[in-house]
Design a protein around this ligand. Structure first.
Ligand code: NDP
Length: 271
């Protein structure tokens, strides 16, 4: 029987994870299958238990179950503990290991694929939801000179600052008081999903080396277009992060690090 993995979410049919992991498995000659599971909103735990009973080895967890997975795991990696969210589960004997690979995926995309070192940079992270929470520790571990967090609901950015202040130089910012200079500006809000962008002064992009939107699609998002108009050097969407976080999950499950660049290129050609 093939080792079985899946992405679990609701909705889940749009997920690119089955495509990505099939490409990884083929490239690394792993005998495994990877499917997508739609879990009822009130039955995450039962759906996971059923998958396990049928011999499932691991799951990627997507919206809206990352918190449920955090609570369900019997052991957590440090980055999952601190993010308080789990996007990868690994089943071994009686144990259910919970990890969060989103931040490692973002860092690897920025540093390895885009060739931009995070150390000593001034970073602005917009958003304070699940995606933002998952990337703060891995970003701070690269030793930026500062990490500012701006969110539409400011108290959530303030709460994140309080949670992470022991790990690096982190500040809460208000969108409209953003008139300083940043090197890397990351959009971790879901504004792009709604076809809009956070209210931002254009001049924050003037000296920036990178504008990064975690959202991806066929066309550049409003945020990336706005950044380009205002003089940013380079823009990137979240397709690289998506593939890199998947590679990190694959490594956790199979102990092999797949090549990501050909898979990123394949996905981009299919958008
Ligand atoms: P959440 O729902 O947890 O958080 C949404 C965040 O966006 C909140 O901070 C919210 O602010 C803010 N927001 C929503 N609408 C607007 C708006 N119109 N203007 C300004 N801020 C807004 O979502 P996630 O954190 O899970 O996901 C965020 C984005 O990241 C999504 O686009 C998702 O697709 C992407 N993502 C990409 C990944 C990848 O691998 N590429 C991985 C994970 C996520 P408030 O607190 O005020 O409500």
């Amino acid at each position: 029987m093939l080792d079985s993995y899946a992405v679990i979410g609701n909705p889940v049919s749009h997920s690119k994870s089955p495509l990505i992991h099939a490409a990884f498995a083929q490239q690394t000659h792993q005998s495994m299958q990877y499917t997508a599971i739609l879990a009822p909103l009130d039955a995450f735990q039962a759906t996971v238990a059923n998958f396990r009973q049928q011999g499932g080895k691991g799951l990627n967890v997507t919206v809206p179950f990352k918190l449920d997975a955090f609570q369900l795991a019997t052991r957590l990696t440090e980055r999952a503990t601190i993010a308080q969210a789990v996007n990868t589960l690994k089943f071994e004997n009686d144990e259910m290991l919970g990890d969060n690979t989103d931040g490692a995926g973002l860092v690897r995309d920025i540093e390895s694929n885009l060739g931009i070192s995070i150390a000593t940079k001034r970073i602005l992270l917009m958003g304070a939801g699940g995606a933002a929470r998952g990337v703060i520790l891995p970003l701070l571990q690269q030793r930026p000179s500062l990490l500012a967090i701006a969110n539409r609901t400011p108290r959530k950015a303030e709460a994140l600052m309080e949670q992470f202040e022991d790990y690096g130089n982190i500040y809460p910012y208000h969108f409209m008081s953003l008139n300083e200079h940043f090197d890397i500006i990351i959009n971790a809000t879901s504004a792009s999903l709604q076809g809009t962008l956070p209210e931002l002064p254009g001049n924050i992009f003037t000296h920036a080396v990178l504008a990064y939107d975690m959202m991806y699609g066929r066309e550049p998002t409003h945020f990336l277009k706005f950044a380009q108009l205002n003089g940013v050097c380079q823009v990137a969407d979240g397709i690289g992060m998506l593939v890199e976080q998947a590679a990190e999950s694959f490594f956790l499950w199979r102990g092999i690090r797949p090549q990501t660049k050909p898979v990123i290129a394949m996905l981009k050609s299919q958008l």
